[in-house]
Design a protein around this ligand. Sequence first.
Ligand code: SAM
Length: 246
Amino acid sequence: MTTNDNKSNDRPIAIDAYEALAVRYSALAETKAENGYIEHPAIRQQLGDVAKLKIVDAGCGPGILSAYLISQGAEVTAFDVSPKMVELAHLRTQGKAKLHVADMARPLEFLESGHFDLVASSLAIDYVRDWANPLREFHRALKPRGRLVFTVQHPLGAYLWYNPPTAFGVHYVEAKWSGFGGEPVVVPDYYRSFEEIVNPLLQAGFSLVRVTDTKPVGALKEVDASRFEKYSRIPTFMCIEAEKRD
Ligand SMILES: C[S@@+](CC[C@H](N)C(=O)[O-])C[C@H]1O[C@@H](n2cnc3c(N)ncnc32)[C@H](O)[C@@H]1O
C-alpha cells in the first residue's frame, strides 16, 4: 500500500464521513437498494467482459467492485482516500488487488502511464470539485482507446435530494445518511449539472460512448416496493462510458 503526497491543505471533503461509515458501508452496500439493486448491476453491465483486462478501480471503497472484477478474471489496481476502506478492500479481495491510499484530486504516480485497459469508478468522483485532475490522470494511465466507465449521482435525482441554490454549475452540498444503521453521518458532496459532467470529459481528451440513466433491477420490487417505484420514476445515478480519444 502506498499513500500519495498531499502537500496541500485541501483536505478531501468526504474522508471523515467515509472513515466513519467504512465498516457499515462494507457490510450493507451489497444489499442496499441504491447500491446492490441499482448501481452495481448498472456499472457491471456497462463494463461487459473484463477477463484479462488491466483495470483501475478509482475510489474503490471496501472493494466490492474490485472483488467482482477479480472474480471475472481482471487484474485490478485500486485506491481510495479512506485508509479504513482500503483495509476492507484488502480483506474483501483477499490480497489479490494492488491497493493504495490516495486522493484522486492529486497526482496518482502509482498508476503507470499507458498501462491500463480500463478505469472504473463507482460513485466516487462526485466528491472532487475539479475533475480536471482525476480525468488527466485516468487519461494518462489508459492505453490508447482505453475505456473509462464510471457512475455519479444523476443531476436530476441529486437536485431533488440536495436542493442546491440553482440546478446549474457545481455546488458543495451535505446530506445526513442514516441508511447504513448506527449514528447518522453527515456526508459532504458536490452537486453537478449535466454539462459539468460531460464537458470536463471532452476537455480531458475522452469521447463519450454511452450515457445511462440507471434504473433498479426487477428484484428490488420484491425486497422494497416503494424504493423500486421511486427509483423507477426518478433516476438516482448516471453511468457513463468514455473512450480515450488522443
Ligand atoms: C459511495 S462510496 C463508493 C465506494 C465504492 N466505489 C463502491 O461503489 O462500493 C465513495 C468512496 O469514494 C471515496 N472517495 C471520496 N473522495 C475521494 C477522493 N478524493 N479520492 C479517492 N477516493 C475518494 C470514499 O472514501 C468512498 O470509499
